[in-house]
Design a protein around this ligand. Structure first.
Ligand code: SF4
Length: 255
Protein backbone atom coordinates (compact mmCIF):
# COMPACT_ATOMS: atom_id res chain seq x y z
CA UNK A 1 0.00 0.00 0.00
CA UNK A 2 1.26 3.46 -0.93
CA UNK A 3 2.48 5.48 2.04
CA UNK A 4 2.69 8.91 0.39
CA UNK A 5 1.26 11.69 2.56
CA UNK A 6 -1.89 13.39 1.37
CA UNK A 7 -1.13 16.61 -0.51
CA UNK A 8 -1.95 19.89 1.25
CA UNK A 9 -5.45 21.18 0.54
CA UNK A 10 -5.85 24.55 -1.19
CA UNK A 11 -8.89 26.30 0.18
CA UNK A 12 -7.94 29.85 1.15
CA UNK A 13 -10.11 31.76 -1.37
CA UNK A 14 -13.20 29.90 -0.20
CA UNK A 15 -12.40 30.35 3.49
CA UNK A 16 -11.65 34.06 3.07
CA UNK A 17 -15.07 34.60 1.57
CA UNK A 18 -17.08 32.06 3.58
CA UNK A 19 -15.69 33.10 6.97
CA UNK A 20 -14.24 36.50 6.16
CA UNK A 21 -17.36 38.20 4.77
CA UNK A 22 -19.65 37.48 7.75
CA UNK A 23 -16.88 38.32 10.23
CA UNK A 24 -16.25 41.62 8.42
CA UNK A 25 -20.02 42.23 8.64
CA UNK A 26 -19.89 41.56 12.38
CA UNK A 27 -17.06 44.07 12.86
CA UNK A 28 -19.02 46.65 10.86
CA UNK A 29 -22.13 46.02 12.95
CA UNK A 30 -20.19 46.39 16.22
CA UNK A 31 -18.68 49.64 14.90
CA UNK A 32 -22.17 50.82 13.98
CA UNK A 33 -23.46 49.97 17.46
CA UNK A 34 -20.67 52.02 19.07
CA UNK A 35 -21.12 54.92 16.66
CA UNK A 36 -24.93 55.02 16.86
CA UNK A 37 -25.94 54.07 20.42
CA UNK A 38 -29.59 54.92 19.67
CA UNK A 39 -29.63 51.95 17.23
CA UNK A 40 -27.61 49.69 19.51
CA UNK A 41 -30.25 46.94 19.55
CA UNK A 42 -30.46 46.64 15.75
CA UNK A 43 -26.70 46.75 15.27
CA UNK A 44 -26.24 44.11 17.97
CA UNK A 45 -28.78 41.89 16.26
CA UNK A 46 -26.91 42.28 12.96
CA UNK A 47 -23.59 41.42 14.67
CA UNK A 48 -25.06 38.26 16.21
CA UNK A 49 -26.57 37.24 12.85
CA UNK A 50 -23.18 37.67 11.12
CA UNK A 51 -21.47 35.60 13.82
CA UNK A 52 -24.12 32.88 13.42
CA UNK A 53 -23.39 32.73 9.67
CA UNK A 54 -19.64 32.39 10.24
CA UNK A 55 -19.93 30.01 13.20
CA UNK A 56 -20.28 26.69 11.25
CA UNK A 57 -16.82 27.30 9.70
CA UNK A 58 -15.27 26.85 13.17
CA UNK A 59 -16.75 23.40 13.79
CA UNK A 60 -14.37 20.46 13.59
CA UNK A 61 -14.08 16.78 14.52
CA UNK A 62 -17.21 15.09 15.90
CA UNK A 63 -19.12 18.36 15.99
CA UNK A 64 -18.40 18.84 12.29
CA UNK A 65 -19.55 15.30 11.45
CA UNK A 66 -22.76 15.68 13.48
CA UNK A 67 -23.63 18.96 11.76
CA UNK A 68 -22.19 18.16 8.34
CA UNK A 69 -25.53 18.24 6.49
CA UNK A 70 -26.30 21.79 7.62
CA UNK A 71 -22.69 22.94 7.18
CA UNK A 72 -22.52 21.70 3.58
CA UNK A 73 -25.90 23.27 2.74
CA UNK A 74 -24.59 26.62 4.01
CA UNK A 75 -21.27 26.23 2.21
CA UNK A 76 -23.10 25.23 -0.96
CA UNK A 77 -25.16 28.41 -0.76
CA UNK A 78 -21.96 30.47 -0.64
CA UNK A 79 -20.44 28.52 -3.53
CA UNK A 80 -23.50 29.26 -5.67
CA UNK A 81 -23.79 32.89 -4.58
CA UNK A 82 -20.17 33.75 -5.40
CA UNK A 83 -19.84 31.49 -8.45
CA UNK A 84 -21.17 34.05 -11.00
CA UNK A 85 -18.64 36.60 -9.72
CA UNK A 86 -15.84 34.01 -9.92
CA UNK A 87 -16.98 33.17 -13.48
CA UNK A 88 -16.91 36.85 -14.38
CA UNK A 89 -13.36 37.04 -13.02
CA UNK A 90 -12.34 33.91 -14.97
CA UNK A 91 -11.80 31.99 -11.70
CA UNK A 92 -14.83 29.69 -11.60
CA UNK A 93 -12.83 26.44 -11.60
CA UNK A 94 -10.50 27.77 -8.87
CA UNK A 95 -13.49 28.81 -6.78
CA UNK A 96 -15.14 25.37 -6.88
CA UNK A 97 -11.78 23.69 -6.29
CA UNK A 98 -11.23 25.93 -3.25
CA UNK A 99 -14.57 24.72 -1.87
CA UNK A 100 -13.51 21.10 -2.53
CA UNK A 101 -10.20 21.79 -0.74
CA UNK A 102 -12.01 23.29 2.28
CA UNK A 103 -14.35 20.28 2.39
CA UNK A 104 -11.34 17.91 2.22
CA UNK A 105 -9.48 19.81 4.94
CA UNK A 106 -12.39 19.42 7.34
CA UNK A 107 -13.00 15.77 6.47
CA UNK A 108 -9.32 15.07 7.12
CA UNK A 109 -9.58 16.83 10.50
CA UNK A 110 -12.69 14.81 11.36
CA UNK A 111 -11.09 11.44 10.55
CA UNK A 112 -7.73 12.20 12.14
CA UNK A 113 -8.45 10.38 15.40
CA UNK A 114 -11.04 7.86 14.20
CA UNK A 115 -10.72 6.40 10.72
CA UNK A 116 -13.72 5.44 8.60
CA UNK A 117 -14.78 1.79 8.82
CA UNK A 118 -17.19 1.63 5.92
CA UNK A 119 -15.89 3.60 2.97
CA UNK A 120 -16.94 3.67 -0.65
CA UNK A 121 -14.85 4.83 -3.62
CA UNK A 122 -16.86 6.35 -6.47
CA UNK A 123 -15.33 6.79 -9.91
CA UNK A 124 -16.66 8.00 -13.26
CA UNK A 125 -16.66 5.75 -16.31
CA UNK A 126 -14.74 8.34 -18.35
CA UNK A 127 -11.46 7.28 -16.71
CA UNK A 128 -11.55 4.23 -18.99
CA UNK A 129 -9.81 4.74 -22.34
CA UNK A 130 -12.62 5.53 -24.81
CA UNK A 131 -11.55 2.86 -27.31
CA UNK A 132 -11.03 0.13 -24.70
CA UNK A 133 -13.52 -2.76 -24.94
CA UNK A 134 -12.85 -4.27 -21.50
CA UNK A 135 -16.21 -4.76 -19.75
CA UNK A 136 -15.25 -3.01 -16.54
CA UNK A 137 -18.89 -2.13 -15.82
CA UNK A 138 -19.69 -5.80 -15.36
CA UNK A 139 -16.60 -6.42 -13.28
CA UNK A 140 -13.61 -4.14 -12.75
CA UNK A 141 -11.41 -7.25 -12.91
CA UNK A 142 -12.19 -7.47 -16.63
CA UNK A 143 -9.57 -4.72 -17.06
CA UNK A 144 -6.40 -6.11 -18.71
CA UNK A 145 -4.20 -3.69 -16.77
CA UNK A 146 -2.53 -2.54 -19.98
CA UNK A 147 -1.42 0.76 -18.45
CA UNK A 148 -3.14 2.99 -21.02
CA UNK A 149 -5.59 4.48 -18.53
CA UNK A 150 -5.83 4.78 -14.71
CA UNK A 151 -8.29 1.85 -14.39
CA UNK A 152 -5.56 -0.81 -14.20
CA UNK A 153 -3.64 0.95 -11.42
CA UNK A 154 -6.88 1.62 -9.58
CA UNK A 155 -7.92 -2.04 -9.87
CA UNK A 156 -4.64 -3.22 -8.37
CA UNK A 157 -4.83 -0.68 -5.53
CA UNK A 158 -8.46 -1.64 -4.87
CA UNK A 159 -7.65 -5.35 -4.72
CA UNK A 160 -4.62 -4.75 -2.50
CA UNK A 161 -6.62 -2.62 -0.07
CA UNK A 162 -9.91 -4.59 -0.39
CA UNK A 163 -11.79 -1.34 -1.05
CA UNK A 164 -15.46 -1.17 -1.92
CA UNK A 165 -15.81 0.82 -5.12
CA UNK A 166 -18.22 1.62 -7.94
CA UNK A 167 -17.59 2.90 -11.44
CA UNK A 168 -20.69 4.52 -12.91
CA UNK A 169 -21.59 6.45 -16.03
CA UNK A 170 -24.49 8.39 -14.51
CA UNK A 171 -24.45 10.65 -11.47
CA UNK A 172 -27.86 9.50 -10.24
CA UNK A 173 -26.62 5.88 -10.23
CA UNK A 174 -23.63 6.91 -8.12
CA UNK A 175 -25.94 8.70 -5.63
CA UNK A 176 -28.23 5.65 -5.48
CA UNK A 177 -25.31 3.27 -4.95
CA UNK A 178 -23.94 5.50 -2.19
CA UNK A 179 -27.33 5.74 -0.42
CA UNK A 180 -27.81 1.97 -0.56
CA UNK A 181 -24.28 1.25 0.66
CA UNK A 182 -24.60 3.66 3.62
CA UNK A 183 -20.87 4.48 3.93
CA UNK A 184 -19.41 6.55 6.73
CA UNK A 185 -17.01 8.05 4.16
CA UNK A 186 -17.14 8.47 0.39
CA UNK A 187 -13.94 9.04 -1.56
CA UNK A 188 -15.14 10.49 -4.86
CA UNK A 189 -13.23 11.09 -8.08
CA UNK A 190 -14.92 13.28 -10.70
CA UNK A 191 -14.81 16.61 -12.51
CA UNK A 192 -15.22 19.63 -10.24
CA UNK A 193 -18.79 20.32 -11.30
CA UNK A 194 -19.91 16.75 -10.53
CA UNK A 195 -18.02 16.74 -7.25
CA UNK A 196 -19.90 19.86 -6.19
CA UNK A 197 -23.26 18.43 -7.28
CA UNK A 198 -22.54 15.13 -5.55
CA UNK A 199 -21.53 16.67 -2.25
CA UNK A 200 -24.67 18.84 -2.26
CA UNK A 201 -26.85 15.81 -3.10
CA UNK A 202 -25.49 13.79 -0.17
CA UNK A 203 -24.47 16.55 2.23
CA UNK A 204 -24.70 14.42 5.37
CA UNK A 205 -22.17 11.79 4.18
CA UNK A 206 -18.55 12.94 4.64
CA UNK A 207 -16.82 12.89 1.28
CA UNK A 208 -13.18 13.33 0.33
CA UNK A 209 -13.05 14.83 -3.17
CA UNK A 210 -10.41 14.18 -5.84
CA UNK A 211 -10.80 16.21 -9.04
CA UNK A 212 -10.12 14.71 -12.45
CA UNK A 213 -7.74 16.26 -14.92
CA UNK A 214 -9.19 16.63 -18.42
CA UNK A 215 -6.35 16.51 -20.96
CA UNK A 216 -8.81 15.62 -23.77
CA UNK A 217 -11.79 17.70 -22.60
CA UNK A 218 -14.89 16.73 -20.64
CA UNK A 219 -15.83 13.06 -20.25
CA UNK A 220 -13.15 11.61 -22.62
CA UNK A 221 -10.06 9.73 -21.43
CA UNK A 222 -9.94 11.63 -18.17
CA UNK A 223 -7.12 11.16 -15.66
CA UNK A 224 -6.64 11.19 -11.92
CA UNK A 225 -3.85 10.40 -9.50
CA UNK A 226 -4.15 6.86 -8.16
CA UNK A 227 -1.37 7.56 -5.58
CA UNK A 228 -3.50 10.49 -4.31
CA UNK A 229 -6.47 8.15 -3.91
CA UNK A 230 -4.27 5.57 -2.15
CA UNK A 231 -2.95 8.26 0.18
CA UNK A 232 -6.52 9.32 1.01
CA UNK A 233 -7.56 5.74 1.74
CA UNK A 234 -4.49 5.18 3.93
CA UNK A 235 -5.03 8.40 5.88
CA UNK A 236 -8.80 8.25 6.30
CA UNK A 237 -9.91 4.61 6.22
CA UNK A 238 -9.35 1.75 8.64
CA UNK A 239 -7.26 -0.87 6.80
CA UNK A 240 -8.96 -4.18 6.15
CA UNK A 241 -7.49 -7.43 7.36
CA UNK A 242 -6.41 -10.08 4.87
CA UNK A 243 -6.02 -8.16 1.60
CA UNK A 244 -6.80 -10.00 -1.58
CA UNK A 245 -3.85 -10.67 -3.89
CA UNK A 246 -3.00 -7.76 -6.19
CA UNK A 247 -3.57 -7.93 -9.94
CA UNK A 248 -6.04 -9.75 -12.09
CA UNK A 249 -4.53 -13.00 -13.15
CA UNK A 250 -7.43 -14.07 -15.42
CA UNK A 251 -7.61 -10.77 -17.22
CA UNK A 252 -3.85 -10.49 -17.54
CA UNK A 253 -3.45 -13.93 -19.01
CA UNK A 254 -6.28 -13.21 -21.46
CA UNK A 255 -4.58 -9.97 -22.58
S1 SF4 B 1 -6.08 -0.15 -18.18
FE1 SF4 B 1 -6.20 -0.83 -20.34
S2 SF4 B 1 -7.60 -2.59 -20.28
FE2 SF4 B 1 -7.89 -1.49 -18.36
S3 SF4 B 1 -9.62 -0.12 -18.77
FE3 SF4 B 1 -7.74 1.05 -19.17
S4 SF4 B 1 -7.37 0.78 -21.38
FE4 SF4 B 1 -8.85 -0.78 -20.77
Amino acid sequence: MNTLPLPAERYRPFLWVRRGVPLAGMVLAITGALARPELFGWWSLAAVACLAVAWPTFKSGESYLRNRGTIIRWDGLWVRLVRPVARWMGKEEEWVLAFCGWNNFRVRQAFEGRKARRSLVLLPHCIQLAKCKAEIFEDLKNCYDCGLCPVGDFMNAMLEGSWDSRITNRSHKAYREAREFRPDLIVAVSCTDRLLKGVLKLPEVPAYLIPLTLPHGMCVDTQFSVPHLQAAMTALVEPRMGPRPAGNQDAQSAA
